[in-house]
Design a protein around this ligand. Structure first.
Ligand code: HEM
Length: 494
């Protein structure tokens, strides 16, 4: 009897504790923020489970109807603030105490370990310091010919469909950017464009699908139920392929760096891949273990391919559907290349592509490859007099921020010239690469790559709208996609 009584007290105590930690504290501090109608325990979870429109549409619906700071209850345990407010973005991104990523990022751990994207605390800080110099302008110059040679293969692919009335460019562009990042990060080629069936390419694709499925599926979210799913087995298989590829490359590059005959070593060029720079940093006493290097190389492979792929696909779509803007970008190419469109661009050429840069920025504003990114509070934080409790997720919804007419008049229009006088004026209104300490370390690389590939394509083709005209159906996976593809048409330039 006493035991039963004690057990009852324990259960009661546990329930009160859960109520206090997950309901009362949040209710007390966050009631000032507007929130859509919800149901007990599940909160707004059903809005996401039963939408036929997708996650992105639900978030946009909340923002349109409840404002630029919305309180969302994604389940019994979790609450988030959905933020598209300028001051709040600035507050979060400049606060050195809000650096921890939200729990969703843990689904990447089996693949990326705790590389830059997923790590936090002392490990993240140390790695960021060691890796930052590898993205210096001087080093990026070496990658220009990788961009050009892979863009040429993409042009060949487009040539084969230049009579077509409508081509879905999304996957083709993504294979190109996978080749580019593989060569830049590891110094090897997976030939994704020429061999999209390769085991490595398929495994990377599978991992992206599996991770996103875990974010949204209640069964796959929890490790012990995920263990019984087909995806668990698929993940194990894919990771075996990906990790053994990365390990093999690391071992080969390590041996090469040790070898005396660097200069004349057949098969290797003088250009250094990111991996070489990390291995060198290691031998200079910076102390990244080989496992940590593996994590970072896989992180580059993940972070550096479908982001730029999406970015390029959407800018091509924007130019195809805005003939006047395309003409301006093309004019700039003519000024730089004269009649010699076959000349490979130099790094200085890329810097001089100012109008193309504005067009890419405008496309990133409308179609940010990372439409939101999140932080989790590991302690209470005070924001404009309100306590934001520990455990709260802050979701920075850059897609909605970019479409706020207060910051960008006529937000739905593609107007590259708005970036002519933009820089520096409102630094927290345009954030495709995030900002502050955890901003995108690869943004200069990404911008150079996107310019280079788009320039190569524009020098080869006039881009036209597809027939019939194509309306994008935007949706959010690990990145922004269009669920019905990104369709345009090509006309070869003579
Ligand atoms: C258009 C292309 C790209 C876009 C839009 C983009 C966007 C972003 C964003 C929004 C973040 C912050 C994510 C967060 O807070 O959770 C980020 C972080 C990061 N990006 Fe990119 N990215 C791009 C290309 C690249 C490339 C090419 C690389 C590598 C070569 C790269 C490597 C990284 C890494 C390592 C981080 C984590 C940085 C840290 O936390 O210290 N990204 N990126």
């Amino acid at each position: 009897m006493i035991l039963l009584f004690l057990a009852l007290v324990c259960v009661l105590y546990f329930l009160v504790y859960i109520y206090y930690k997950h309901v009362y504290i949040f209710e007390k501090h966050l009631k000032c923020f507007p929130s859509p109608p919800d149901i007990p325990i599940l909160g707004h979870a059903l809005d996401f489970a039963f939408t036929d429109k997708g996650f992105l549409d639900v978030l946009m619906h909340y923002t349109r109807n409840y404002g630029d700071i919305v309180r969302v209850k994604t389940g019994p345990h979790r609450q988030l603030l959905l933020i598209s407010n300028y001051n709040f973005f600035q507050f979060v991104l400049t606060n050195m105490k809000i650096l921890k990523k939200s729990v969703e990022y843990r689904y990447f751990h089996n693949w990326l370990g705790t590389g830059l994207i997923t790590s936090s605390g002392a490990k993240w800080k140390r790695h960021r310091q060691i890796i930052t110099p590898t993205f210096h302008y001087k080093i990026l110059e070496d990658f220009v010919d990788i961009f050009e040679s892979n863009a040429k293969i993409l042009v060949k692919k487009f040539e084969s469909c230049s009579d077509s009335t409508s081509v879905d460019i999304f996957d083709l562009v993504n294979l190109c950017t996978l080749d580019i990042i593989c060569e830049s990060a590891m110094g090897t080629s997976v030939n994704a464009q020429l061999n999209s069936d390769s085991e490595y390419v398929q495994s990377v694709k599978n991992m992206l699908d599996i991770v996103i499925a875990r974010v949204f599926s209640p069964i796959k979210m929890t490790d012990w139920t995920y263990f019984f799913t087909e995806d668990y087995r698929k993940e194990k298989k894919a990771l075996k392929v990906i990790h053994s590829y990365t390990w093999n490359v690391i071992k080969r590059r390590q041996e090469f760096l040790k070898s005396e005959k660097n200069e004349n070593h057949a098969g290797y060029q003088k250009r250094k891949a990111f991996l070489d720079l990390l291995l060198e940093a290691n031998s200079n006493g910076e102390q990244l273990t080989l496992e940590e290097i593996r994590e970072e190389v896989d992180t580059f492979m993940f972070a550096g391919h479908d982001t730029t792929g999406t970015g390029i696909a959407f800018i091509l779509f924007c130019l195809a559907n805005n003939a006047e803007e395309q003409a301006k970008v093309f004019m700039e190419q003519k000024q730089l290349f004269g009649d010699n469109f076959e000349r490979p661009p130099t790094f200085q050429d890329l810097k001089n592509m100012k109008y193309l840069e504005m067009a890419i920025k405008e496309s990133l504003r409308l179609y940010p490859p990372a439409p939101f990114y999140s932080r989790e509070l590991d302690h209470d934080v005070l924001y404009e007099g309100t306590v934001l409790p520990k455990g709260l997720t802050l979701t920075l919804f850059s897609y909605a921020l970019h479409r706020n007419p207060n910051y960008f008049p006529e937000p739905e229009r593609f107007l590259p010239s708005r970036f002519q006088n933009y820089d520096g004026k409102m630094p927290f209104a345009f954030l495709p690469f995030s900002a502050g300490a955890r901003n995108c370390i690869g943004q200069r690389f990404a911008m150079a790559e996107m310019k280079s590939v788009v320039s190569r394509i524009l020098r080869s083709f006039e881009l036209l709208p597809s027939i019939p005209s194509h309306e994008l159906k935007l949706a959010s996976q690990t990145i922004l996609i269009s669920s019905n593809g990104v369709r345009i048409r090509f006309r070869k330039r003579l």
